[in-house]
Each structure stands twice: as structure tokens, then as C-alpha cells.
Design a binder for this molecule. Structure first.
Ligand code: CAA
Length: 283
């Protein structure tokens, strides 16, 4: 099946990035969110990224006009009824995702594929609220989406090979590299990344080192492009906590317990870059 029209649910950090790379690959995108101001913010981010590409000589003005012409922002999910695929990129919360998947199942045509960009929630559980679990799959992009090459593709228990192949083809068309994984808490990316971030937070919590020192060790000592605490702020501390909770509950192993300092920051509303404060302060 050739995928030429996609609905992206959520115009936030991940949703606008997914919209941009789909439109760059020649796909028409219905970018959906709850409020017009969320759509406007998402579209502005895309425009800023594309303007930088023109400045750097990577795209022409004409190409940018064509890319933007393929993006259709709307608060009405029904505008995407004839899409062959939906990619959900909403908040990392199972109840919200289930509610969106029920709506997508009603709105989209019977053969359409329903994908989720969840970073750790079970695909199989999300699929179970639809009438088409065989057409449900995980498509986990990395942040910032326009830059990062990986897409983790996660098969649910019922996902068919045809669906997997269609998503793998689309990922390659988006100039990304697909990696297949099975449906277990945190998949591979966050099962490995998030305990490292959580441990970095424990180092601060226990007074082993300052956030700056922890980040410096990992950047200069391990060649990570960002220190783990800078990365946590960049991902969002609420998302980091949600993923740790999924690992902790999913495996029932104390090694995944979220650091109390992470909980405290989230309770304080210090969610990282997006709220202006996390382990660092942003202006
Ligand atoms: N959107 C689009 N482009 C961006 C961007 C963004 N948000 N941030 C940076 N870029 C681009 C810049 O424009 C720049 O491109 P040019 O040089 O061609 O203009 C390029 O990326 C490099 O940026 P910088 O020079 O400003 O900074 P940098 O060299 O530190 O790179 C980075 C930035 C690519 C984000 C790099 O720091 C990095 O790789 N960080 C780690 C990112 C990471 O680990 N992501 C995964 C997070 S986990 C996740 O997403 C999954 C999950 O479920 C939580």
C-alpha cells in the first residue's frame, strides 16, 4: 500500500517534527490538535526549521513552499477520514491514547493503519481498544525529529507483516532508519536511555555531583552529544517520569524506581526546557 496521506494527532514537540519529515517526503499531512493555538505553534516551529534549511542552502524557497503546501492544520479529526495512516503523537498517557485510538478507529477508513509514537506504553494494549489490532503499530521517533535518524518500529501482538512492511517503507522514504523491536516496556531506546538519565538524577539527589558536573562527565568522558540532565530537560521531565513509571510497573523491578528528585521537580512544574526550568534555567 502506498501511503500518500497521513493524519498526525498532536502538533507538539514530536508531532510537528513528524509532520515536517512526512511533508518533506512528499506526503500530504493533516496536522490535528485540540486548539488552533497549538497548531499555530507547531506550524511556526516547522517554518523556523525550514527557513534555517534555506539559509544553509539545503532547500530552495520553492521546495519550502511545496512542503508547507502539503501540511493542512485542523482541529477537526474528520478532515483525515480518507488518510491511509494516522500517527498519534499526543501526551504520554494511556487513557488519552486509548481515547484517541477509539476516535481514529471510528473516523478512518477500515484498511487504514493506526500508529502511535509512544515512547514506552504497550502497543498491544492500545491496539486492543480498536476493531483493527492487526493494523496497529508503534512508530517511535527521536527528538529532534528532523535531525535524528532512528525510528523504532514496534510490532504489537497482532500486527501483520504487511503493516510492518508498509511502515518500514514509509520510514525509509522519510530518510530515516527503521529498527524493529518487540512490544516490551520502554522497547529498546528507553529501556536503556531512561535508567541512565534516572541514575544521573540520583547522582544529583545523593550529592555525588552537581548537574553541570554529571553532564560534563558524560559529554567529555563518553562522547555523548548532550549530558543526561540536559537531555532530560530537553525531553521533558514529565515524560522522563512517565517512562520510568512504565518500566517500574511493567517489570516490577526496583532497579527502575524513579528518583524522588525527579518526582519532586515534576510536582513543582519544573518540567525542563518547555517550562523554562528543570535541572537548568532557560530564558
Ligand atoms: N529541530 C530541528 N533541527 C535542530 C533542532 C531542533 N529542535 N535542534 C538542533 N537542530 C539542528 C541544528 O539546526 C543543527 O543543524 P545545522 O548545523 O545543519 O544547522 C544541528 O541540528 C546541530 O545542532 P547544534 O549545532 O545547535 O547543536 P548540537 O551539535 O549539539 O546538536 C542535537 C543538537 C542534534 C540535538 C544534539 O545535541 C544531540 O544529538 N543531542 C541528543 C539528542 C538525543 O539523544 N535525542 C534522543 C532523545 S530520546 C527520545 O527522543 C526518545 C524518547 O522517547 C524520550
Amino acid at each position: 500500500m502506498e501511503i500518500t496521506k497521513v493524519v498526525v494527532v498532536g502538533a507538539g514537540q514530536m508531532g510537528n517534527g513528524i509532520t515536517q519529515v512526512l511533508a518533506q517526503a512528499g506526503v500530504n499531512v493533516i496536522m490535528n490538535d485540540l486548539k488552533p493555538e497549538f497548531l499555530e505553534r507547531g506550524l511556526n516551529t516547522i517554518k523556523k526549521n525550514l527557513a534555517r534549511d534555506v539559509e544553509k542552502g539545503r532547500k530552495t524557497e520553492e521546495e519550502v513552499t511545496a512542503i508547507l503546501g502539503r501540511i493542512h492544520p485542523t482541529t477537526n479529526l474528520g478532515d483525515g477520514h480518507d488518510a491511509q495512516l494516522a500517527i498519534e503523537a499526543a501526551t504520554e498517557n494511556m487513557e488519552i491514547k486509548k481515547s484517541i485510538f477509539k476516535q481514529l478507529d471510528e473516523v478512518l477508513q477500515p484498511g487504514a493503519i493506526l500508529a502511535t509514537n509512544t515512547s514506552s506504553l504497550p502497543i498491544t494494549e492500545i491496539a486492543a481498544v480498536t476493531s483493527r489490532p492487526e493494523l496497529v503499530i508503534g512508530m517511535h521517533f527521536m527528538n529532534p525529529v528532523p535531525v535524528m535518524k532512528l525510528v523504532e518500529i514496534i510490532r504489537g501482538l497482532a500486527t501483520t507483516d504487511d503493516v510492518y512492511n508498509a511502515i518500514e517503507d514509509l520510514t525509509k522514504k522519510m530518510n530515516k532508519v527503521p529498527v524493529e523491536v518487540n512490544d516490551f516496556p520502554g522497547f529498546v531506546s528507553n529501556r536503556v536511555l531512561m535508567p541512565m538519565i534516572n541514575e544521573a538524577i540520583y547522582c544529583v539527589f545523593e550529592g555525588v555531583a552537581t548537574p553541570e558536573a554529571v553532564d560534563e562527565v558524560m559529554k567529555l568522558g563518553m562522547n555523548h552529544p548532550m549530558g543526561p540532565l540536559t537531555l532530560a530537560d530537553f525531553i521533558g521531565l514529565d515524560t522522563c517520569l512517565a517512562i520510568m513509571e512504565v518500566l517500574y510497573e511493567g517489570f516490577g523491578d526496583s532497579k527502575y524506581r524513579p528518583c524522588p528528585l525527579l518526582r519532586k521537580y515534576v510536582k513543582a512544574g519544573w518540567l525542563g526546557k518547555k517550562t523554562g526550568r528543570g535541572f537548568y534555567v532557560y530564558n
